[in-house]
Ligand binder design. Structure first.
Ligand code: ZN
Ligand code: CU
Length: 489
């Protein structure tokens, strides 16, 4: 019998810990890395030649809206083509469970349902569906507070009452038992903006003492961003849970440059509580179609529109001119759908990406023909554009921000590193060539320079092609829960 199922020979390992790269062969047996070093004397069923390539842990996309796509697009090509082997679903307050089968879903929750109607009464049922029909990547899940509200409240434009809070808390407790990583909120969005801080704390009590994580698309990422950060920190302190600030950004021209204020503010909080953050490497965001002025401040591209699918990929200004109406009215007519908003300053994006504790998350929305290019390009863009071309940080740091750091913050103990005993989630890429090729005009072009991707030891993507493997696993919260590293100093 051969020593290994597979040996990756002759590559340079960047192990996900931020340590300098080293040359080593990687031996894989039973979906795990079982040896690392000179394996020239060992035998294997198959051999992958990695000479001239980097061998890194598969990337963990810590901020996704892939809940539905994991079931309806199980090849997950938009992720594996980038080297992503694990996704965290249920961000921004929106998750596919727990929901009743018949409730109409308000925006932005309806973004999850664009392909087909699949919703689940419990997280356990959702996980069972994924185990029956596994996708090509691993997944772990957060429970959305907006989803809990839709599940328990008749009307959403008010704070929840005591009985509703109690119902949400017990639904969250059940989901935590079933393996959720934590609770996400999207208090920026209409269905959750009426929730008070107290409501979130009361619901979040279901996470106390069980290693849950509080993840938030904050109430405000513009003028009142410091207040929103302080609310986030307070929720973390009162629940004694780690907090994660999702897709940290500064919106609108008046707030350009304010990362110089928010990042030191976050660092100060990190000295007394567990705080983490993520970022996508673009100066445009994407979400549901909004009609308010602040969101329509800059250039707006329509990504998808249910009533007007023909408008996907077009500039809102051009559509409004053609229809002879205002941009606000045009946006209203295009709802429901999603759009791309150019609302950020590139210097802030770079400062946030370069902040040492920032993880990489795509926030991609896998809907329609013209999505934001982050869906296909995020990880290679950080490696190729921000690390290699701009020199924002070394390649080892770039890899750490999408592997080891993320695994630590979410408590994904055997993922995110190339080490003996870890799951064999691996990506082989060419450090000189890796780059995103998706842009706003061609948003679904796969990245260049990604040589091979293995999920739980199974080759899944190779030489620009999906191999058809679907070896992803459902990852439930481990006994230790989310990472609780404090960042003194
Ligand atoms: Zn969000
Ligand atoms: Cu999001």
């Amino acid at each position: 019998m051969p020593d290994f199922d597979l040996i990756i020979r002759g590559g340079t390992v960047i192990d996900g810990s931020r340590a300098p790269r080293f040359d080593a062969d990687v031996g894989i047996l039973g979906g795990r890395i079982t040896a690392l070093g000179d394996l020239s004397a060992a035998s294997a069923d198959s051999v992958l030649d990695a000479s001239g390539l980097i061998v890194a842990p598969g990337f963990i996309d810590c901020h996704t809206h892939d809940d539905q796509a994991l079931l309806s697009q199980p090849d997950m090509s938009f992720k594996v083509s980038q080297g992503v082997t694990t996704v965290i679903a249920g961000n921004c307050g929106i998750s596919l469970s727990p929901l009743k089968p018949d409730t109409p879903l308000p925006a932005p929750l309806n973004l999850l349902e664009a392909h087909e109607r699949a919703r689940f009464a419990t997280l356990g049922e959702y996980f069972d569906a994924l185990r029956r029909k596994p996708p090509a990547v691993n997944m772990a899940a957060l429970v959305g507070h907006t989803t809990l509200r839709v599940r328990t409240m008749g009307t959403l434009d008010r704070p929840a009452q005591a009985a509703e809070i109690e119902a949400m808390r017990s639904l969250l407790a059940q989901a935590m038992d079933e393996g959720a990583l934590g609770l996400s909120t999207g208090t920026f969005y209409p269905p959750a903006m009426h929730a008070s801080t107290e409501e979130i704390i009361a619901v979040g009590q279901a996470m106390m003492g069980c290693g849950g994580l509080y993840v938030t698309h904050m109430r405000d990422e513009g003028d009142h961003v410091i207040t929103a950060l302080d609310e986030t920190f307070r929720i973390g302190r009162e629940l004694d849970v780690p907090v994660l600030v999702s897709h940290h950004k500064l919106k609108n021209r008046a707030n350009f440059g304010r990362s110089a204020q928010t990042l030191p503010h976050i660092r100060r909080a990190m000295q007394c509580q567990c705080v983490s953050l993520d970022c996508y490497p673009y100066d445009a965001g994407s979400t549901m179609i909004h009609t308010d002025r602040a969101m329509l401040d800059g250039r707006v591209l329509i990504a998808s529109s249910q009533p007007h699918p023909e408008c996907a990929g077009r500039d809102l200004t051009d559509i409004a001119a053609e229809w002879g109406i205002s941009r606000e009215d045009a946006a209203r007519r295009l709802q429901p759908g999603s759009a791309i908003y150019f609302l950020m300053d590139e210097a802030d994006v770079q400062a946030i990406l370069a902040f040492d504790e920032t993880m990489i998350g795509s926030d991609g929305i896998p809907v329609g023909e013209m999505p934001h290019p982050r869906l296909w390009g995020t990880f290679p863009r950080v490696l190729g554009h921000y690390s290699r071309e701009l020199g924002l940080f070394p390649l080892e740091t770039a890899v750490w921000k999408m592997t080891g750091l993320t695994a630590r913050n979410f408590g994904l103990n055997d993922r995110g590193r190339v080490a003996v005993g870890a799951a064999a989630d691996l990506v082989l890429f060419d450090a000189a060539l890796v780059i995103d090729q998706a842009d706003y005009a061609h948003p679904t072009r796969p990245a260049a320079g990604i040589h091979s991707v293995l999920v739980n030891g199974v080759p899944t993507w190779q030489a620009g092609r999906h191999l058809g493997a679907r070896s992803g696993q459902v990852i439930t919260r481990g006994p230790a829960g989310a990472g609780r590293t404090l960042h003194a100093a």
